[in-house]
Design a protein around this ligand. Structure first.
Ligand code: GLA
Length: 436
């Protein structure tokens, strides 16, 4: 099929595909296997960590029992390498039986019984990125039906081993096929990554109509370098990306790597803060069975989560890049509140950054600020008050900024957060302080 015919077909399909099934009005939260567990299929020598049903049951247990579920972390998502190399006699995908002896429906029940949801991975193309069976155009319907019949709640649809024309047809078709099953499933599309992530190659309005979220850029790796390159790319391209996001349609800068090996505590806070600003999915890829208290405190920070999950769903923006290598990010929130993040890209020592809300384009008025990671309130602040924040190298200071009227609400949140941190994480010391 030539590109022109494909475009015509696409126009026809798009009249009927709107995937507005009411899901993901706020960014999804949960856990996904890939960044931490990759394609470890050696269940003989590494039974604890291999891609098999035990790993997903373990993570479901942790999400349900360690306070994650109550905070909103609800999806348990299987990534690549779950499949058998062969489809069954009916042409359906099937899990590798030695690693998933109970089959996916049983695992789905286990996850649902704990009040959680199950996500699965497939690939629009001839093979998945790791070489397992792909979903070619003729297999889209049967795969959507299979996932629905198993009780799947979320599909990550990757795009290795296909060309742009096949992707242009396949992603909308899968959207339609998922809808046709009658089972509400969240739909994550990797399509943009495979075509460069930006307009003209990506029509974000259309994408938002057919997918709930989409990967725009390269895979995250367990390092500060990788995290920085992602933050930089999303910020450099914010004029194209920021307007694309909203309730039910999210940019996805990839998984949270907090709790693994590559980030310091400050860098972990930076990821949480920036993901909150960007209205990014909070999908952890770590080992929830072995998580230190500082990672847990960052990932379970109620105010950071509330900022991420703000119901208006407006993605934030980078406001400033200072010569001092301090960057300021801002996100508007419900009830006339907002979030500010001061990020240090320096590599020397804590930097005292001076500013005022007026310099950051706030209107005249009285404000209060809550320092999200220090857990303290920054006292009365009017727009012209000069303040100074001390930001650690590769770290952040994150503020929830609100008006006097909201004080009461904040006091309650503050109290809850304090209680939670006294209870579980009293050894997690913030690495910065705020000076007024
Ligand atoms: C691609 C995706 C990753 C992961 C791997 C699995 O690289 O971007 O998130 O799903 O494939 O092979």
């Amino acid at each position: 099929m030539g590109p022109l015919a494909a475009t015509r077909l696409l126009a026809m399909i798009s009249l009927t595909v709107a995937l507005d099934n009411g899901l993901l009005k706020t960014p999804p939260m949960g856990w996904m296997a890939w960044e931490r567990f990759r394609c470890d299929i050696d269940c003989k020598d590494d039974p604890e960590n291999c891609i098999g049903e035990g790993l997903f049951r373990d993570m479901a247990d942790r999400l349900a029992e360690d306070g994650w579920k109550e905070l909103g972390y609800e999806y348990v998502i299987i990534d690549d390498c779950w499949m058998s190399m062969l489809r069954d006699e009916q042409g359906r995908l099937q899990p590798e039986p030695s690693r998933f002896p109970g089959g996916i429906p049983k695992l789905a029940r286990y996850i649902h019984d704990r009040g959680l949801k199950l996500g699965i991975y497939a690939d629009m193309g001839t093979r998945t990125c790791m070489g397992f069976p792909g979903t070619t155009l003729d297999k889209i319907e049967i795969d959507a039906q299979t996932f629905a019949s198993w009780g799947v709640d979320y599909l990550k649809f990757d795009g290795c081993n296909s060309n742009p024309v096949q992707q242009m047809l396949g992603y909308p078709l899968m959207s339609k096929a998922l809808n046709a099953t009658g089972r509400p499933m969240a739909y994550s599309c990797s399509w943009p990554v495979y075509v460069g992530g930006l307009p003209m190659n990506v029509n974000y309005t259309f994408l938002g109509d057919i997918c709930h979220l989409w990967r725009n850029y390269y895979d995250i790796q367990d390092s500060w370098d990788s995290l920085q390159s992602i933050i930089e790319w999303f910020s450099n391209n914010q004029d194209d990306l920021q307007p694309a996001a909203g309730p039910g349609r999210w940019n996805d800068p990839d998984m949270l790597i907090i709790g693994n090996f590559g980030l310091s505590v400050d860098q972990a806070r930076s990821q949480m803060a920036l993901w909150a600003i960007m209205a990014a999915p909070l999908i952890m890829s770590n080992d929830l069975r072995n998580l230190d208290n500082s990672a847990r405190a960052i990932l379970q920070n109620k105010v950071a989560i509330a900022i991420n999950q703000d119901p208006m769903g407006i993605q934030g923006r980078r406001l400033l890049q200072e010569k001092s290598h301090i960057e300021v990010y801002w996100r508007p929130l419900s009830h006339s509140a907002s979030a500010l993040v001061f990020l240090s890209r320096r590599t020397d020592m804590p930097y005292h950054y001076r500013s005022s809300l007026a310099k950051l384009h706030y209107n005249i008025g009285n404000y209060k600020a809550y320092d999200v990671f220090a857990g303290s309130t920054v006292k009365a602040l009017n727009a012209t008050t000069e303040f100074s924040v001390s930001i650690n190298p590769s770290g952040v200071v994150m503020w929830y900024v609100y008006t006097e009227q909201q004080s009461k609400q904040m006091e309650i949140l503050h109290y809850q957060q304090k209680k939670a941190s006294q209870f579980t994480f009293n050894n997690a010391k913030p690495g910065h302080h705020t000076v007024l």
